[in-house]
Every structure is written in C-alpha cells, then in structure tokens.
Design a protein around this ligand. Structure first.
Ligand code: ZN
Length: 356
C-alpha cells in the first residue's frame, strides 16, 4: 500500500475540512510538514501514518482554543450527536484505521473518490460509529444541514440529502469549522475557496493574520490584502482559470454567500511587482483605488502630491490628499515616486491583454 494519500480540491465544504485538518496537523507537527505535503499542482499528499496521531492533535488544538477536547459528543453546536458519550476512545480507534483506507468503494458525494474501509476489523463500538458517520451526509456532519432541510432546500451548496459520504470525508468534515471560525468578520465567518490546497492554505492563513491586526476590514479589502500577501510571500503562478475560481465563502447564521473580486482586479493584485508596490505605499487608499478599478486616480493623486509639495497648501481640503494616512513630506515623497511606476505597470498589463 502506498504510504501516502493524495487529495484533490473539491467543493468548499470539503476544502474547508481539509484545510482545517491541515491546521490541526500543523498544530501538532509544525507547519513545515504541511509545506512538504502541499503541491504546486493544487493537491495535498498526506502521510497515512498521520491518522494514528490526528485525534490527539485535534484534542490538543481544541483545548488550546479553550474548548472541550472532543466537542463532538451529544448535543453540540457544530456536529450534533456525531459521537455519543462513552465513544471517545472507539472514535480514536476509527481514525487510526483510516491509514488503511482503500480506493475501491462507491463514489463519495463529497470528495467524488471511492474511498472505503473494511469495517469487519472494528470492534462493535467502533463499528457502530463507522456505520453512523459514514451513512448519508446529515446533521451530525454539519449543524447547518439539519435546520436547512426544508427551510431553504438546495441553497446550501446544492446539497442533496441522499448524498453518500466516504469514511475519510466523514472524519475530515469535523475540521471544516476551523478556518471559518478563525476569520470572524462583521459580515460573518469567511473561508477563501480556491482550486488549489496550497493557495487555500496560504490565503486563509493571511486572512487570519489580517484579523489579528484589525477586525474592521470589509470582505473586498480582506480578499485584496490576502492576494497582495500571497503574491509577495508565496512562489506560485496562477493561471486565469485558477484566478477566476478563487471565491470567498461567507457563512452568516444559516446562510451562505459567495464573494469574489473581478478577474482583472484579482490578476493585478496577484502580480508580485504590483503587490510589492502597493504594499510599499503603506496607504490603504491605494488599495481602495485599485479595488475600485479607478487606475487613473493613481496619476491624479501623484499630480496632487507634487503640487502640494511645492505649495504646501490645501492638503486637507483635497478629496484625495485628505484620505492619505501619512501626510508628512517624507512619506509623500515616497508615494509620489511609487505612484507613476505603479500606474505604468498596471497599464502595461491591461493594455497587453487588449492587444491580444
Ligand atoms: Zn469522500
């Protein structure tokens, strides 16, 4: 049996579950392990042996977050009755056996793979858990699914209630809340979904870092800043198809919404040189201008700074200059050097597209 299992990105619920699982493993083993597993082709290749420790890491992670070690037992807010009390050690036994998973069953409705496991090797208690959690997808896998039944059919990622769930997804899914809950915005909890685990791993980590600095960002700014961080810090090349498929999933109460930036704006923010220039300005206004697609305003602002530096009057009355965070001479000089270059680079990318 191959020592590794390769997972492919699928729908956002599955993707968030895998990213949550990787966070738990990173908590237990360090981020270097995850960096080795993530591939540029978008897949993640996990070591089968990790399942012998993963529940222990899950417990440690939850404890670290000030929660119960296994917040899956009986009534609970996320995965109601996933486990019954007294089943905790049998659940550990279940997860350890995932290292023996094979691809020879029926297609899973979540990951589309054919993962299966031989239940006959389990003791009665473990078998009972396995039978419960690997039957069709249901409220135990996500408390959102239960109340949504009948109330807003199909609004939850086109969910079909007779959808089957494989033994691996049945386990991974108890991690899906992790990235969402570490990104609590005024608009709801968010997760950035993308057609690559590597991209999702980094973007969602940047989102978490953005929140540790300020909770006041709007979703478009969060997406914009996380793109700028990705472009500068991670060596990835994204094709048009990948860029078009990066979306933010916003969970508010029982509702799910999706948000994405226009392709042209995303493409600019994901260019390393442009991202570096925007960061170097240290001015939120510059990102705002770009998010609005008003690129010529960069030149207008540049001219105004030049005029202001000569006359030093009316700066606070001007609708652009008044929005700048740093109005001292040194900062304005830096800004006036960056803006024309930023505008030229943006323009060259956009016009290149038009010529093709
Ligand atoms: Zn599956």
């Amino acid at each position: 049996m191959n020592k590794f299992i390769t997972l492919y990105p699928a729908n956002w619920l599955y993707n968030a579950a895998v990213i949550g699982f990787l966070r738990v493993i990173a908590y237990g083993k360090g981020e270097e392990v995850i960096d080795k597993w993530l591939s540029d082709n978008g897949t993640v290749t996990i070591e089968r042996g990790i399942f012998s420790e993963s529940v222990a890491f899950y417990k440690g992670y939850n404890k670290h977050k000030g929660e119960k070690e296994l917040p899956l037992v009986g009534k609970n807010k996320r995965y109601p009755n996933y486990l019954q009390s007294g089943e905790e050690s049998a659940f550990e036994d279940y997860s350890k056996n995932l290292s023996n998973i094979k691809e020879e069953g029926i297609a899973c409705g979540i990951c589309s793979r054919n993962f299966s496991i031989d239940f006959s090797q389990f003791n009665d208690k473990t078998k009972k858990i396995a039978e419960r959690i690997t039957s069709n997808i249901q409220v135990i896998h996500n408390s959102l699914i239960g109340p949504s039944k009948g109330e807003f059919p199909n609004s939850f990622w086109n969910l079909n209630y007779s959808i089957s769930i494989c033994p691996l997804c049945a386990y991974l899914i108890i991690h899906h809340h992790i990235p969402f809950e570490s990104a609590q915005t005024q608009n709801g909890q968010i997760f950035i979904n993308a057609p690559s685990f590597k991209i999702m791993w980094h973007l969602n980590k940047f989102v978490e870092q953005i929140f540790s600095k300020s909770k006041g960002y709007q979703v478009r700014q969060i997406l914009g800043i996380s793109f700028i961080e990705l472009a500068q810090k991670v060596a990835v090349t994204l094709g048009a198809w990948s860029i078009m498929n990066i979306e933010m999933v916003i969970k508010r109460g029982n509702e799910i919404e999706y948000y994405s930036l226009p392709y042209e704006i995303s493409r600019l923010l994901l260019q390393k040189d442009i991202a570096s220039l925007i960061s170097a300005t240290k001015e939120p206004l510059i990102l705002e201008i770009i998010l609005n697609g008003k690129f010529s305003h960069l030149l207008t602002l540049s001219h105004k700074i030049l005029r202001y530096s000569i006359t030093e009057t009316n700066a606070f009355n001007d609708k652009y200059l008044s929005q700048l965070r740093n109005k001292d001479t040194k900062s304005l000089k830096i800004l006036s050097n960056i803006l024309p270059e930023l505008y030229t680079r943006i323009n060259s990318i956009i016009s290149r597209e038009v010529m093709i």
